[in-house]
Design a protein around this ligand. Structure first.
Ligand code: SAH
Ligand code: DHB
Ligand code: MG
Length: 216
């Protein structure tokens, strides 16, 4: 069988980035100030943020769950794709990250569209009602992904989206001796997603690999 497929290289990804609307001054500053504040530089990039926004617009999302706030980059980006009255519920364990994100969100154009919940994501997810969200973006601890997936399959409505970051395990997907302790959890999660019949899913090779699943 032959398939029409291009071997995508780093040059193609640079090209993709060069053909994406660049991040605005606010998000650029948020990114650099977060590093200065000692927060890890692991936010999604501009092309993935644009992709998430497109998906949210396509499903006319109004309520979105963001699991893993960090500095607020993904929450603010996704909130910008929601109509008036829309909300991103963003979940963060680390109080320092949550505090940084809350301050930035309060200064942002989407301050009325983002709510930060501090605590273990699973505890917060359990408080959300069934069929109460249009989309979820999973990007917190990778060992927690299976339980976040199960909760989000309950919370997200039929036809809604479950999006998951880091399918390529920080670039270590095929590494024989991965350095990141979370790489085995990512590999196991990918097998789980591939078998999950309540979703139609595919890995989109943007950023570190982004699962896109629609709830059937
Ligand atoms: N989505 C963010 C990046 C998230 S990085 C963005 O693109 O802008 C992962 C975040 O998940 C970190 O801030 C980490 O503190 C948080 N995290 C780790 N374990 C968690 C848990 N059990 N519950 C909630 N958040 C958690
Ligand atoms: C890490 C986590 C992420 O969610 C990511 O996108 C990149 C790196 C990490 O824990 O190293
Ligand atoms: Mg990530």
């Amino acid at each position: 069988m032959s398939v029409d497929q291009t071997l995508v290289t780093a040059r193609h990804f640079d090209y993709v980035d060069a053909h994406t609307v660049p991040e605005d001054a606010f998000l650029k500053k948020l990114r650099s100030d977060a590093v200065t504040a000692g927060i890890p530089a692991i936010s999604i990039g501009p092309s993935q943020a644009s992709f998430l926004q497109i998906l949210l617009r396509v499903v006319r999302a109004q309520v979105v769950i963001d699991v893993g706030t960090l500095a607020g980059y993904s929450a603010i980006s996704m909130a910008r794709a929601l109509p008036q009255g829309g909300v991103v519920m963003t979940l963060e364990l680390n109080p320092k990250h949550a505090e940084f994100a809350r301050q930035r969100i309060a200064e942002s154009d989407v301050k009325d569209k983002v709510v930060v919940y501090v605590g273990p994501a699973v505890t917060t997810l359990k408080t959300f009602g069934s069929d109460s969200a249009d989309a979820a973006f999973l990007d917190a601890d990778k060992g927690g992904y299976p339980v976040y997936l199960e909760e989000c399959l309950r919370i997200v409505r039929k036809g809604g989206l479950i999006l998951v970051d880091n399918a390529f395990a920080f670039g270590e997907l095929f590494a024989e001796t991965p350095r990141d302790p979370e790489t085995p959890a990512v590999r196991a999660f990918n097998e789980l997603m591939a078998r999950e019949r309540r979703l139609q899913s595919v890995i989109v090779p943007l950023g570190d690999g982004c699962w896109v699943g629609v709830k059937l």
